[in-house]
Design a protein around this ligand. Structure first.
Ligand SMILES: NC(=O)c1ccc[n+]([C@@H]2O[C@H](COP(=O)([O-])OP(=O)(O)OC[C@H]3O[C@@H](n4cnc5c(N)ncnc54)[C@H](OP(=O)(O)O)[C@@H]3O)[C@@H](O)[C@H]2O)c1
Length: 336
């Protein structure tokens, strides 16, 4: 729940277990990945007046979840009590059910079966970060064998999966930008070159590595300034992917207008995995295809999934307060 006055989250143990409606399932949550957007959405709901602090209004935080199906609602088929599933479902209104809870009601169509060989921690870390990364690599940037890719912010949750999937899809040059302490980690994921953004000139180093040619694909997971560098380092007719959630959209669009994206014939690949869920135009089915493909690839190819931090419900308020300034390696997850 969200306390409007202090910007703190309150973990409450007095709520009733929700019931699944038609097309929904009730999950007993075993864990949930913690994503930067979990701290952003409640603040946005308050800022834009979606939630007004009225009596009885609550917000259950957590766009991701992992758990076991406890009960299926009317009309649900293909999923049964006892199944292990993971999901990603942005909760953009009051009184919706997020994953940071013991129980959550979720559309059956949003659930992805956890492969039998996959352990719970690995599965919990996957949804938002891995599925977005897979959308970036396979559907938006079409990374292919021999590609040169720049991953700016490669050591975080989403950046780690982008790096891993780029390697899985055969990219031959993967340049990872992150702090020096994580260089060994990103090399294990598949980075062929590493740059410490704190002590090195990123633009000069990428030009040195690519002999001035630049990269075909660049993925930015940090913000407007790094996105500016990505655009300048992407070669003619390449793809730039601004995957970071902009804190200032105006600043971001300014980058597009002053960096010659048009004259370089760049493709600007926007991503947003969760937005497809509310749609009835086939977007949800497309997102679920991505989710299942990514999850099965991780299981079948035994791709690395780093869970660097495990927290409890009691830890969550502090973890969410600090998420914008934290220096995550891989994923932080909640386990119940
Ligand atoms: N559009 C979508 O659907 C979507 C989906 C997922 C994520 N996102 C967005 O993508 C961004 C990253 O998400 P995430 O899940 O990877 O976050 P995360 O797990 O918190 O990782 C962020 C990483 O960025 C690194 N970093 C910070 N400043 C940096 C800089 N100046 N240069 C290079 N690296 C820097 C930090 O590692 P170091 O210690 O190496 O600095 C940190 O580990 C967020 O803005 C998030 O909202 C968007």
């Amino acid at each position: 729940m969200y306390d409007y006055g202090s910007s703190r989250f309150i973990v409450s143990d007095g709520l009733s277990i929700p019931q699944p409606a038609a097309g929904e399932v009730l999950l007993r949550i075993s864990g949930a990945a913690i994503n930067p957007v979990d701290a952003m959405i409640p603040k946005m709901l308050v800022k834009f007046g979606v939630m007004r602090g009225e009596a009885g209004e609550s917000y259950r935080v957590g766009v991701d979840g992992a758990g076991v199906v406890e009960q299926v609602g009317p009309g649900v088929s293909g999923i049964a009590a006892g199944d292990r599933v993971i999901y990603h479902k942005p909760t953009l209104g009051a009184n919706q059910h997020g994953g940071f809870a013991e129980y959550s009601v979720v559309p059956a169509a949003a659930c992805v079966p956890v492969p039998a060989a996959m352990d719970d921690q690995t599965a919990t870390a996957i949804p938002c970060a891995a599925w977005t990364a897979y959308q970036v690599v396979t559907r938006k940037c079409n990374v292919r064998p021999g590609d040169t890719v720049l991953v700016y912010g490669a050591s975080g949750g989403t950046g780690s999966f982008v790096t891993t999937f780029c390697k899985a899809k055969g990219a031959s040059t993967i340049i990872a930008v992150c702090s020096a302490a994580k260089h060994e980690y990103v090399r294990k994921l598949g980075a062929t070159h590493t740059i410490d953004y704190k002590t090195e000139d990123v633009v000069a180093r990428v030009n040195e590595i690519t002999a001035g040619a630049g990269v075909r694909v660049s993925v930015d997971l940090v913000g407007a300034e790094s996105f500016r560098k990505c655009v300048s380092l992407t070669r003619f007719s390449g793809v730039v992917c601004p995957a970071a959630t902009p804190s200032d959209a105006g600043e971001f669009y300014k980058v597009l207008t002053d960096t010659g994206t048009h004259s370089k014939a760049l493709t600007v690949a926007f991503v947003g995995f969760g937005g497809g869920h509310g749609k009835t135009d086939g977007s949800r089915e497309e997102m679920m295809e991505i989710a299942k493909e990514a999850t099965n690839l991780i299981a079948d190819a035994a791709l690395p999934v780093e869970v660097s931090k495990i927290v409890t419900l009691d830890d969550l308020p502090a973890v969410l307060d600090e998420i914008a300034s934290s220096s995550t390696r891989g994923k932080a997850i909640l386990l119940l």
